[in-house]
Design a protein around this ligand. Structure first.
Ligand SMILES: *Cc1c(COP(=O)(O)O)cnc(C)c1O
Length: 217
């Protein structure tokens, strides 16, 4: 696979869904990938990237930002409160806000920094024990809490259970977003981004299909 191939598949999925491809933000998930691979995607002109660890992002992206203009970095992994300030200084968007303490910490640092990344609430649509995210039944209340804190909430994010039909989870996420007047939907990865586009995704997070398999060393 390559970036161009994924862009083509993304455009085809938009066509099929009667959507405009400009509605889709393709996030190239670069976690664990060697710098040369990331650089080659940057050299192709792509600017939207995703990382799941603050520390890894901090080691990689400030240097890339010096060399390439217009980078948008999305943090898509679980976030600890003690890393919030660093995360906010590094990233343009955080997709994994999932609890009151985290929202409060972000709000406090937003005051202090005078700026705040775009925020998404992670919803644990599969209600999995080990997975982060607010439960679907708690989502409306948490959305209201984030709004009361005056945070720049853009939408919702989910990671469906690996062994389940993703469309049910994407549809559930879209339904929660619609009833709360949220337009951003961060959903869909290498194996299911076309389904996510059909169900309204605005942000798809694609790693291995662009970069190749991740090699954990
Ligand atoms: C790693 C990761 C992705 C990308 O996964 P691929 O299957 O390689 O496309 C997407 N979203 C999140 C939250 C991830 O951690």
């Amino acid at each position: 696979m390559s970036l161009a191939e994924i862009q083509t598949r993304c455009a085809a999925a938009c066509d099929n869904a009667g959507r405009d491809v400009t509605e889709i933000n393709l996030i190239a998930v670069s976690k664990v990938q060697p710098n040369e691979r990331v650089e080659s995607i940057l050299d192709e002109g792509h600017r939207s990237f995703g990382e799941n660890k603050v520390q890894e992002a901090a080691g990689k992206w400030p240097a890339f930002r010096e060399r390439y203009d217009g980078i948008k970095l999305h943090l898509i992994g679980p976030l600890q409160t003690n890393k919030v300030k660093q995360a906010m200084q590094l990233a343009d968007a955080i997709h994994t806000v999932d609890r009151t303490k985290l929202a409060n910490t972000i709000a406090r640092h937003a005051q202090e920094l005078g700026t705040c990344p775009d925020l998404f609430i992670q919803v644990n649509t599969g209600e999995e024990e080990q997975k982060a995210g607010v439960l679907p039944g708690d989502a409306d209340a948490f959305i209201a809490e984030m709004r009361a804190l005056d945070l720049p909430l853009q939408g919702l994010m989910c990671i469906p259970p690996v062994d389940e039909e993703p469309s049910l989870h994407f549809a559930l996420l879209a339904k929660i977003a619609t009833r709360n007047d949220l337009t951003g939907l961060s959903m869909g990865m290498s194996s299911d981004f076309e389904i996510a586009i059909a169900l309204g995704a605005t942000h798809i997070r694609v790693g291995s299909a662009i970069f190749g398999e991740r090699v954990y060393g």
